[in-house]
Design a protein around this ligand. Structure first.
Ligand SMILES: *Cc1c(COP(=O)(O)O)cnc(C)c1O
Length: 344
């Protein structure tokens, strides 16, 4: 075996980004052939991009240091100054990227309410598309996210929403930071999971366990534009083959194992429910629990005392990942069970 980190180190349930590269991944990074990727001659980056484009059935792929930059470069490639994109209120590209589209891209976001499944109702999309009028920004793009808050978009919704957007002349972008969780959950291939989207951003640094890196996938011309924006945004890296090697290793070795994270999330949810907590039904690797506001500080300290790192809030998010073994999850469940101040 590749010696994962699941049995050593801290018990960190804040996110699936907290994983450390495994010994096998570090060996692949150490052995990577490299060159200067700004000149396009890092062979490992080029191989990662080719492998990813092939796997997702896309013309072209581009390696980015982060998903935030990949999403932003995509938005800037789709939309010009004064254009608008439609996006969910809770979407990463709207809420969690420091307003980058507006601040750096001069692109107006039109945030819309979500449906329970995480998508945006077609009627809401239709109503938000502005007519050709010099008062209005030009609506150019629909951006969706999958998974969103750990939920998998229903494939039928994905088909209808992207078809509808295209029928109204909009382009479509998928923030697929956690698309591999969708692929494993639905047991579909990459092209099926991302069907209907003109561009797709995927993270290697979430459940896949790479230390950094995202990929933007799409048509050749769009990716060429995104490469220009990547340079402007400071994302042109040099011997980034050491990072791409981790990404290649993750694509080969860490995709199917996401099923384990999903099972562990169900196991964690069941244990917490049995302890009397209000717990969401996880679809992938995310579990939400309700914590009364009065208990937030006390619970955080209690967990800390047990060696558990968690972001405690009224709606606390716990995430499973490759550095979180069953034994560690048992420690988490036990700690919650023994918290003395539950206001049930
Ligand atoms: C993590 C994440 C991103 C990208 O985040 P970076 O930290 O910039 O890599 C984008 N979208 C979603 C939904 C994410 O979870």
């Amino acid at each position: 075996m590749d010696g994962s980190n699941a049995t050593s180190g801290a018990i960190d349930v804040r996110s699936d980004t907290v994983t450390r590269p495994t010994p096998g991944m570090r060996a692949a990074m150490a052995a990577a052939e490299v060159g200067d990727d700004v000149f396009g001659d890092d062979p490992t980056v080029n191989r990662l991009q080719a492998v990813a484009a092939e796997r997702f059935g896309r013309e072209s792929a581009l390696f980015f240091p982060t998903g935030t930059q990949s999403n932003l470069a995509a938005l800037m490639a789709h939309c010009g100054r004064g254009d608008e994109f439609l996006v969910g209120q809770e979407a990463h590209t709207y809420k969690y990227e420091q307003g980058g589209a507006a601040v750096l891209g001069s692109i107006q976001p039109q945030p819309l309410e979500h449906e329970a499944h995480g998508g945006i109702a077609l009627g809401r999309i239709a109503a938000a598309i502005k007519s050709d009028d010099y008062h209005f920004a030009r609506t150019r793009l629909l951006a969706l996210e999958n998974t969103i808050g750990g939920r998998v978009l229903p494939p039928q919704y994905q088909r209808e929403a992207t078809d509808f957007a295209h029928s109204r002349g909009l382009a479509t972008h998928l923030d697929g930071a956690r698309i591999f969780n969708v692929i494993v959950k639905l047991k579909v291939a990459e092209p099926t999971a991302t069907a209907g989207f003109d561009s797709v951003s995927v993270c290697l640094s979430k459940g896949l366990g790479a230390p950094a890196g995202s990929l933007l996938l799409g048509p050749r011309a769009l990716i060429a534009d995104a490469r220009r924006w990547r340079k402007a945004l400071g994302g042109g890296m040099r011997q980034s083959g050491v990072l791409a090697a981790a990404g290649l290793y993750a694509l080969e070795n860490h995709v199917q194992r996401l099923a384990e994270d999903h099972e562990n999330a169900e196991y964690l949810a069941a244990g917490l429910r049995a302890a009397g907590l209000k717990v969401s039904v996880p679809q992938t690797n995310v579990v939400y629990i309700e914590v009364s506001p009065a208990q937030v500080a006390g619970l955080k300290a209690h967990l800390q005392g047990r060696g558990i790192i968690a972001t405690v809030a009224p709606r606390t998010r716990l995430m499973t990942h490759m550095d979180l073994s069953r034994a560690k999850i048992d420690v988490v469940i036990q700690a919650f069970r023994e918290y003395p101040h539950w206001a049930h």
